[in-house]
Design a protein around this ligand. Structure first.
Ligand code: PLP
Ligand code: MN
Length: 379
């Protein structure tokens, strides 16, 4: 072919509004809107019943259309884990974002300052070096941000280790220009997926006791601590009841995944699967094996292989780059070539991060295709 005649071929979208499920090109990420909306309401109602704000974690979905729906239902704003991740959300009109993480380095701080001119931005800090750099950059840009002192309440990730350390940092934040001490972040990730409900309750109670020690120290020092932010899907019911949190940061609740579905939920709280991978059987080389056209580039697998929906005697036994290997217990349970399959990802956050868009379904039809605009934004 003569190069000047070669034209760029536009790849058509996987789905368009109005399409039927079986017309969607695969692999695709699909969202069942009825289940998703029910999940949003369930968590919002739970938070409101306890007088606690809901600040959903947008790292779970990285999709502004989803964040706007969470906010429309009453969420106080969103969390992002990274500064760059917040950019598409601010562009879409989200006006209150907590970066639930430590932020360090000139490029990130400069970007944060620019965001802070368009939205109310808060970041976490656990050391004076970061706080001084943050203040200096905000002064330079004539911007200001809120700061939460991050407490290590047992996750052994970031966070100050003692109330004295928290007080010293809060005093420094109050002293420095263009940054405002807004409270504390206390997130316990390690306990979110503990299988037993009572174990999660115990862990949440223990965290609440620790947080209260910090809050007592702030009160004694006459330092107002308006925000206590933390909590996730697995402990949300206990976190809101503890009355130490002013806001909870759950993310997965809107979607669920096999990782969270595997824990005991009890009767108090329940979330539906709303997020699925759609794949097509591309080969059936043996009577018990079927190969589906999605792999590690469409689904996370670090929390286990995706699980098939509505398929007895069929399971995913291996996840390759672009293939999943399905094993059937009998020929009868093996799907034929061309069969469309639905699978539940092991872990929603990294799965969303692999897709450009999510296909929002109302029943059997496509209602919308939403860009996952913050996908890949990990700086
Ligand atoms: N807050 C922070 C700081 C997190 O790191 C996470 C998840 O890892 C969450 C909230 C949300 O947790 P989940 O998706 O388990 O609800
Ligand atoms: Mn997660």
């Amino acid at each position: 072919i003569d190069p000047p005649q070669a034209q760029t071929i536009a790849i058509p979208p996987a789905a368009r509004p109005g399409d039927a499920l079986d017309a969607i090109d695969t692999p695709s990420l699909i969202l069942d809107l009825d289940a998703f909306e029910e999940n949003l309401r369930t968590m919002q109602v739970l938070a409101e019943r306890h007088g606690v704000a809901l600040r959903p974690h947008a790292k779970a979905h990285k999709c502004p259309e989803i964040a706007l729906r969470q906010i429309a239902l009453g969420a106080a704003g969103i969390c992002c884990q990274k500064v760059s991740e917040a950019v598409p959300f601010v562009a879409a009109g989200v006006r209150d974002i907590l970066i639930s993480n430590e932020v360090l380095g000139g490029a990130k701080l400069a970007l944060l300052a620019r965001l802070a001119k368009q939205a109310h931005m808060t970041v976490c800090a656990d050391n004076p070096i970061a706080v001084e750099a943050l203040s200096a950059m905000m002064v330079e840009h004539e911007a200001s941000v809120g700061v939460l002192v991050e407490l290590d309440i047992g996750q052994q990730r970031c966070g100050v280790q003692t109330p004295d350390e928290a007080l010293a940092l809060a005093r420094l934040i109050r002293k420095l220009p263009n940054i405002n001490f807004a409270g504390v972040q206390a997130y316990q990730g390690g306990v979110q997926h503990k299988r037993s409900l009572t174990q999660r309750q115990k862990a949440s109670d223990k965290a609440a006791r620790l947080i209260r020690q910090y809050l007592d120290a702030f009160a004694k020092a006459d330092i107002e601590c308006p925000v206590v932010s933390g909590g996730g899907t697995g402990t949300a019911a206990f976190d809101v009841a503890s009355q130490v949190y002013t806001e909870i940061q759950a993310g997965t609740y809107a979607f669920m995944d096999t990782d969270y579905a595997g824990i005991d939920w009890g009767e108090a709280l329940f979330f539906r699967h709303s997020l699925f991978l759609l794949g097509t059987v591309m080969s059936t080389p043996t009577s018990d094996r079927a190969i589906v056209d999605l792999g590690l580039k469409s689904t996370s697998a670090e929390s286990g292989a995706p699980q098939l929906v509505g398929r007895e005697g069929l399971r995913c036994v291996a996840v390759h780059d672009e293939h999943c290997i399905l094993l059937a217990s009998s020929r009868r349970n093996r799907p034929d070539v061309g069969t469309q399959l639905r699978l539940i990802p092991g872990h929603c956050d990294p799965t969303f991060n692999l897709h450009d868009s999510v296909v929002a379904m109302r029943g059997q039809h496509v209602e919308a295709v939403w860009p996952i605009s913050a996908r890949g934004l990990s700086r």
